[in-house]
Design a protein around this ligand. Structure first.
Ligand code: SF4
Ligand code: SF4
Length: 167
């Protein structure tokens, strides 16, 4: 249970995924935002207007998957580090996952890291495909990872260079 453990369980995060057809059709955002809190930067960050919260800032964001193109711009805007992008068709047998990352040093493109789950446990090796930094990102970088397809919605953090577990 999310409420008792503080960690999203299978039923929690599965409910945040788009329909199977949409998951096959290209990268999609996953908002692992579960609680009604006064927060909405994700809504204004999306250039596609795919995120809606509305007048009540406590509303949990809703995603229009017909509009989301998986660009990942919203990933670094979430103070809760709750937004990810998954591309299940990235390469045969592999998915690409965008995760927010606030630790230093940053991993480098091409580096091999360890993908970890929501509970910080090691899951699988991952390759760093890209590192998005810059003014737009503020202090939250966005790391693009290649992971085995079966881990596409399990890997939500990384361990770099034998460092501590993150996320
Ligand atoms: S991934 Fe891009 S298009 Fe999708 S919700 Fe985020 S900002 Fe909008
Ligand atoms: S910015 Fe993040 S924490 Fe805030 S409402 Fe959006 S998804 Fe939830």
């Amino acid at each position: 249970m999310l409420k008792s453990s503080g960690i999203a369980q299978k039923g929690d995060w599965e409910a945040k995924l788009p329909q199977a057809e949409r998951r096959k059709s290209g990268p999609y955002v996953v908002f692992e935002c579960y609680q009604q809190i006064p927060c909405n930067p994700c809504e204004s960050a999306c250039p596609q207007k795919a995120v809606s919260i509305g007048a009540d800032i406590n509303t949990i964001p809703r995603i229009d998957y017909g509009l989301c193109n998986g660009c990942g711009i919203c990933v670094s805007r979430c103070p809760g580090l709750a937004i990810f992008v998954v591309d299940e068709g990235y390469a045969p047998g592999f998915a690409k996952v965008l995760i927010p990352w606030e630790y230093r040093p940053l991993p480098a493109k091409g580096e091999s890291v360890m993908g970890v789950g929501r509970d910080g446990k090691e899951l699988c090796p991952a390759e760093v495909l890209e590192v998005r930094t810059g003014k737009r990102q503020d202090r939250t970088a966005v790391i693009g990872l290649q992971v085995p397809l079966e881990f596409a919605n399990l890997v939500r953090g990384i361990k770099v260079g034998g460092g501590k577990d993150e996320r």
